[in-house]
Design a protein around this ligand. Structure first.
Ligand code: GS8
Length: 228
């Protein structure tokens, strides 16, 4: 199972509730990489984190033989390229399909995650939250159309786009509770897709308790002074 054939110290700087960290954990699990996870206190950043990601100072950071790789989507891509011994890849090798997968992962990152954040960290009142909710559902609907009747975003194969989106599913409970709506009513196929993904061990062991995420958000809002 452990296959650090590319030699071999692998460390992940992580934070338990981070959907970005979850992307890295899923990719590492998919590839069967043995690694050390070091939990970070984001209120009091470690020297290690600051030295490994001096630009953004955020997790996740994958440290492979003392060399850092930052930004979750680049981390997943790096893992895919380095641990490739079975010739199974998360990203398609065909150029067009690869460009499409990168495009949709970028859309998920820049648009869907951001709408989710606007819903839960809403500072500007009900109208702002309503508009974030509308955008979020429109974006998920677009993804639902793209998914069609496939098992995963990569067709039969679980891959890069799935890994980009599935950690947000762990936050759906919190997102829905924050804005009092139900994602399944508008996007049942996304929920079905997510339920298929969490059947995979790589996903189920990388996600966390959704109730704890909600509690974390409540504490965070108090800290940020944006609680009701
Ligand atoms: C986002 C990582 C991020 O926001 C990526 O890796 O894809 N674009 C990056 N990390 C957060 C924790 S999750 O909310 C973080 O480390 N924040 C610390 C800070 O901003 O001070």
């Amino acid at each position: 199972m452990a296959n650090n054939s590319n030699n071999n110290e692998v460390i992940l700087l992580d934070f338990w509730a981070s959907p970005y960290g979850m992307r890295a954990k899923i990719a590492l699990a998919e590839k069967g990489v043995t690694y050390q996870r070091i939990e970070q206190d984001l209120q009091n950043k470690s020297e290690l984190l600051l030295s490994m990601n001096p630009v953004y100072k955020c997790i996740p950071v994958l440290i492979h033989n003392n060399k850092p790789v930052c930004e979750s989507l680049f981390v997943v891509q790096y893992i895919d390229e380095v641990w490739n011994q079975n010739n199974t890849f998360l990203l398609p090798s065909e150029s067009y399909l690869r460009a499409q997968a990168l495009f949709w992962a970028d859309f998920i990152d820049k648009k869907v995650y951001e709408s989710g954040k606007r819903i839960i960290l809403n500072k500007k009142g009900a109208a702002e939250q309503e508009s974030a909710k509308k955008e979020f559902l429109e974006q998920l609907t677009l993804l639902e159309k793209m998914l069609g009747d496939e098992t995963y975003f990569g067709g039969d194969v679980f891959g890069y786009v799935d890994i980009s989106l599935i950690p947000l599913y762990n936050w759906f409970y919190t997102i829905q509770k924050s804005a009092k709506f139900n994602i399944q009513d508008s996007c049942p196929k996304i929920i079905k897709w997510a339920e298929r993904c969490i059947q995979r061990e790589s996903v189920s062991k990388s996600l966390t308790d959704e109730n704890k995420i909600y509690e974390y958000l409540c504490d965070l809002k108090i800290r940020l002074g944006i609680h009701e």
